[in-house]
Design a binder for this molecule. Structure first.
Ligand code: DHB
Length: 396
């Protein structure tokens, strides 16, 4: 067997999703070398439909660090959302409440912008690799992988970063005795669709009803993204267009409001859970994004949290290499986890406030309406939601 080809870099990054690519981009700007390896193909990642809401901090990082300003030109700025319950809509005016906004710009586009920028800057990003394994995270890490042409490599680095998503291989390198895993399961999932139809509303609608939750989001002038709460074991084959639209009508229409309907061009069931693995560092291995934590999708925090982890880790690595101080790097996990738990709380809260468990009794249903009313009738309640949705100030 031919010997492995040895390559060296400063930071080995496992995963070329938005988190891995953003880290590689930021490092390159301050002269720190990285190699990114990814088991999926560029095409596979760019065809996966993911969430669509970016916090203002995420948008600023994309634009200010020179990834692309396409989000400002092609994304849609949203100054609020609608909470709909008991057949009535209540606007949450982000701009008025906290002076901030979010952008509707699909994660796929964030990936395409980052991948194009890394390519244009000559970044070392290798897609479609196989047989990946990470060794010696406690000391000088080594990564083995085989590239798309079948060449076997040994990648030697100072640090290895697990940006390898919710099925992370890196997270399992941390021995059980050195980490805690926090789990919360929910009794529902989301049925997500893409439909060819005009927009039904200028802003996103988060709808609570006795028949369950629904979210009316958007993609383009002619394609809309929508979700409804379903059983985690739901099978997409059992749902034709008529059945899907009847479900949405039951949850959202009423009091003169009607959704625009059209052919369903994609459908999927999205699992739901909360998960955190702490600490986010083990020796010279750092975990970022979904590799370290998962939130339920209500509130669209997943990608935004991953980008925040990357920002904090970048500051630590920059300080380590360029200021010869390890302090910021040592505090990476604590600084990142503070926001992770705020986002866990927010996503859990939005989820439980808006979804209706199949076995909800009269008390829990009436209590839920009491909770929704206490939010929409109070500037403080609305401001709590607006601040969390648009994104808290970054860790200092
Ligand atoms: C979308 C997804 C979310 O989870 C959310 O809270 C808002 C929007 C989306 O895919 O558009």
């Amino acid at each position: 067997m031919a010997a492995r080809t040895i390559i060296t870099t400063q930071v080995a990054i496992m995963g070329a999703g938005p988190a891995g690519l953003m880290l590689s981009h930021l490092l390159a700007k301050t002269g720190i070398e990285s190699t990114v390896i990814e088991v999926r193909s560029h095409q596979d990642i760019s065809e996966t439909v993911r969430a669509g809401i970016l916090e203002h901090g995420t948008v600023n990082l994309l634009v200010d660090s020179g990834v692309s300003d396409r989000v400002l030109r092609e994304g849609d700025r949203h100054d609020g959302i609608e909470l709909r319950f008991n057949g009535e809509s209540h606007r949450v005016d982000f701009n008025d409440l906290v002076g901030e906004a979010v952008w509707l710009y699909p994660q796929t586009d964030v990936f395409l912008d980052l991948a194009a920028r890394r390519k244009a800057d000559g970044g070392d990003v290798r897609y479609s690799v196989t047989d990946t394994s990470v060794h010696n995270p406690e000391g000088k890490p080594v990564v083995h992988f085989t590239d798309a042409e079948g060449v076997e490599y040994e990648l030697r680095a100072d640090f290895v970063v697990g940006a390898d998503g919710s099925r992370s291989q890196c997270r399992s390198l941390v021995p059980e005795s050195a980490r805690t895993r926090y789990f919360h399961e929910y009794p529902f999932a989301w049925f997500g669709i893409l439909a060819e139809a005009p927009r039904s509303s200028d802003e996103l609608i988060y709808a609570n009803s006795a028949n369950g939750f629904a979210l009316i989001s958007q993609r383009t002038e002619t394609v809309q993204r929508m979700y409804f709460q379903c059983d985690p074991k739901e099978n997409v084959q059992d749902w034709d267009d008529d059945r899907i639209w009847a479900e949405f009508r039951n949850r959202v229409n009423g009091n003169g409001f009607e959704l625009n309907e059209g052919p369903v061009i994609d459908k999927m069931v999205l699992p739901f859970r909360s998960f955190v693995q702490a600490p986010m560092r083990y020796g010279n291995l750092f975990l970022v994004g979904d590799a370290a934590h998962t939130v339920p999708p209500t509130g669209a925090k997943g990608l935004n949290l991953a980008i925040h982890d990357v920002k904090v880790l970048f500051e630590g690595l920059d300080s380590h290499y360029n200021s010869r101080s390890g302090l910021l790097l040592d505090s990476y996990g604590d600084r990142a986890l503070e926001r992770v738990w705020k986002a866990q709380q927010f996503s859990y809260w939005m989820t439980t406030m808006l979804h209706t468990p199949a076995d909800a009794d009269d008390f829990s249903r009436a209590r839920q309406l009491g909770e929704l009313n206490s939010v929409v009738s109070s500037r403080h309640g609305l401001a709590y939601l607006a601040e969390a949705y648009t994104g808290w100030p970054s860790a200092t």
